[in-house]
Design a protein around this ligand. Structure first.
Ligand SMILES: CC(=O)SCCNC(=O)CCNC(=O)[C@H](O)C(C)(C)COP(=O)(O)OP(=O)(O)OC[C@H]1O[C@@H](n2cnc3c(N)ncnc32)[C@H](O)[C@@H]1OP(=O)(O)O
Ligand SMILES: O=C([O-])CC(=O)C(=O)O
Length: 378
């Protein structure tokens, strides 16, 4: 009797591992919905705070709920002195994602209720992280520029306050709007690698901070969230729009992955890209600056070349990377900004995993050496 070899799904490609009520990506129709609402409508009509509420509680907030959400989030933004000191002790040679990962781990170590996995406790922790992560990201970017941190302003919304803490001023509403759109688009994307990481950690009944710390590690990689930074490095490497095609041909010939292109789920283009590209185009038009126009021309030239050579379309990281650059953020802060948004999706999934938990533990097909004797063993 022969036993058939198990079917292997490397990278879990195509494997459906559980159900979720939070979002769905339908590649055939190129659509993405959060709790049933199309993401493009949420990006056009709702604030990021409303989207966070929707992801966590399943419904958009009414006026009273939104007021309460704002009040609680704004009150939680400041960092205590111990955290600020910890941040300044980290070497500025480390990546800002390391700083964020360390900060979340530290928040967990400091929280006496770290191991309380009740829904109420986890909702409180999720809001705390949402509120404090931008303060960490902004303080870290300023430290690397040799500047003191700017405390949060409770009179400002989430997106505006982040600009204030980074630069000491809030840009015009068009720029803030573009940033807020990126936060909404980045907030949630079903069982992507970092969210799945958070769910794996949660499935062992570990705590929320541990799950988020692990998710930050997964997001950092250039095949996932780290791609938004890699896009900027790549554009800088190419430099001249005239070089885009030749650079691409050489890169493809040497089997390089072109950053910001391709997607495990979408094979005909990422549903979020048209919305983000529109917002980016508005930023470019508003700047009316030859250097910005050059970058935008290069960005478009590489996109056209990649689609015509390989039929591979950009993912959200492609327009978001350049947009963050034009907003004035330092390139290493791009993936941390992604975290400030995705914390909503991660924590919604942690809550969902706990509500219907099953330990995540797949099988492997062994193809190592057959059983053999340890030298010297009887
Ligand atoms: C927010 C996000 O996380 S979105 C993703 C961000 N990541 C990136 O932009 C990194 C660049 N992209 C990639 O590496 C990939 O497209 C991934 C990892 C995102 C998805 O990859 P997978 O679903 O595993 O597809 P896979 O890597 O097997 O690609 C299938 C084929 O397309 C090619 N391909 C896919 N993406 C790219 C790319 N960006 N550059 C060059 N070739 C690519 C692969 O080389 C492969 O070709 P082959 O069949 O001839 O070997
Ligand atoms: O879904 C994925 O695999 C990656 C992605 O686009 C995201 O996490 O936003």
């Amino acid at each position: 009797m022969t036993t058939s070899a198990p079917e292997i799904h490397r990278g879990l490609a195509g494997v459906v591992v559980d159900t979720t009520e939070i979002s769905t990506v339908v590649q055939e129709t190129n659509s993405l919905t959060y709790r049933g609402y199309p993401v493009q409508d949420l990006a056009a009509r709702r604030s990021f705070e409303e989207v966070a509420h929707l992801l966590w509680y399943g419904e958009l907030p009414d006026d009273g709920q939104l007021r309460d959400f704002h009040a609680r989030e704004r009150a939680l933004r400041p960092l205590d002195r111990t955290t600020l000191e910890l941040l300044t002790r980290l070497p500025d040679t480390c990546h800002p994602m390391d700083v964020l990962r360390t900060a979340v781990s530290f928040f967990g170590a400091e929280d006496p209720t770290e191991d309380d996995g009740s829904l109420a406790a986890n909702r409180g922790k999720s809001l705390t992280l949402l509120a404090k992560l931008p303060t960490v990201v902004a303080a870290d970017q300023r430290r690397r520029r040799g500047l003191a941190p700017i405390p949060p302003d409770p009179g400002l919304g989430y997106a505006e306050n982040f600009f204030h803490m980074c630069f000491g001023s809030v840009p015009d509403p068009e720029v803030v709007r573009c940033f807020e759109i990126s936060l909404t688009l980045y907030a949630e994307h079903s069982f992507n690698a970092s969210t799945f990481t958070a769910r794996v950690v949660t499935s062992t009944l570990s705590d929320l901070y541990s799950a988020v710390t692990a998710a930050i590690g997964a997001l950092k990689g250039p095949l996932h969230g780290g791609a938004n930074e890699a896009v900027m490095h790549m554009l800088n490497e190419i430099g001249d729009p005239q070089r885009a095609e030749a650079w691409l041909d050489e890169a493809l010939a040497s089997k390089r992955k072109i950053m910001g292109f391709g997607h495990r789920v979408y094979k005909h283009g990422d549903s979020r890209v048209p919305i983000m590209q529109d917002a980016l185009d508005r930023l470019v038009a508003r700047a009316a600056d030859p250097e910005v126009t050059r970058m935008a021309t290069l960005h478009a030239a590489l996109r056209h070349a990649m689609i015509s050579r390989k039929g591979i379309h950009p993912n959200l990281d492609y327009p978001a990377g350049l947009a963050y650059h034009l907003m004035g953020f330092d390139t290493p802060a791009f993936t941390p900004i992604f975290v400030m948004s995705r914390i909503t999706g991660w924590t919604a999934h942690i809550t969902e995993q706990l509500a219907h938990n099953a330990l995540i533990r797949p099988l492997a097909s062994y193809d190592g050496p057959g059983q053999r004797a340890v030298p010297g063993a009887a």
